[in-house]
Design a protein around this ligand. Sequence first.
Ligand code: DC
Length: 198
Amino acid sequence: MRIAIDGPAGAGKSTVARAVAGALGFTYLDTGAMYRAVALAALRGHPEPAAAQIGLGGRVTLDGEDVTAAIRAPEVSERASVVAAQPAVRRALVTKQQALMRSGDWVAEGRDIGTVVAPDAELKVFLVASPAERARRRAAQLGADPAIVELEQAVRDQRDAARADSPLRAADDAVEVDTTGLPVDEVVARIVALVGTS
Ligand code: DC
C-alpha cells in the first residue's frame, strides 16, 4: 500500500508522515531530502548533482557521506527549491522514488507524490496550515526569526507553486487536512482512520 502526503513546507508533513509510517509499520520516504541532497551536491560543485548517490533511511548520505544535518541548512533549502524546478532533476528523482515504491508499504512525503510519483496511491493526503503557523514551526526548528522565515517561505512557496514542471498542488482525489492548531496525534489519528476507509 502507498500513502501520499503532500503539501507546502511547514504544514507538518515530515512529523506526520513519519508518525503515520510508524503507526502502520510502513516505510517512510522523505522525497524532500532527495531534492535537498541534490541541492547540496550542486552547492559543492558536483559535476552532475542529480546523478549523485543518495542514501536514505535513518540518515541521509550523499556519495557515502552523512549529510543528515547539512541538508537542513538555509542555503540548502533555498537551492533545493531551485533544483526542484529543473525537469532533469525531477525526472531522475521521480524515477528513483517510483523504483523504491514498487514493492512494499510506504508513506511518501513531498509535493508531487499524489500527482506524479504515485498517482494511483491508495490514499492521498494534502496537508495545509496557515502561512504564519508554518513559519512559526520552521522558525522553532531552525532557531530563527519567524518573520524572516515567513518572508523566505513565501518566496519558496511561490516558486514551488508556479514552476512549470510538477507544481505543488493537491491531487483531485486527495483528502485535505488543515493542521493549523491541531496536535500532531490528532492529525496522525485522522490519517490512520482514513486508511481503513480507502
Ligand atoms: O520538504 P522539503 O522542504 O524538504 O523540500 C525541499 C525542496 O524540494 C522544496 O523546495 C520542495 C522540493 N520538493 C519537490 O519539489 N518535490 C518533492 N516531492 C519534494 C520536495
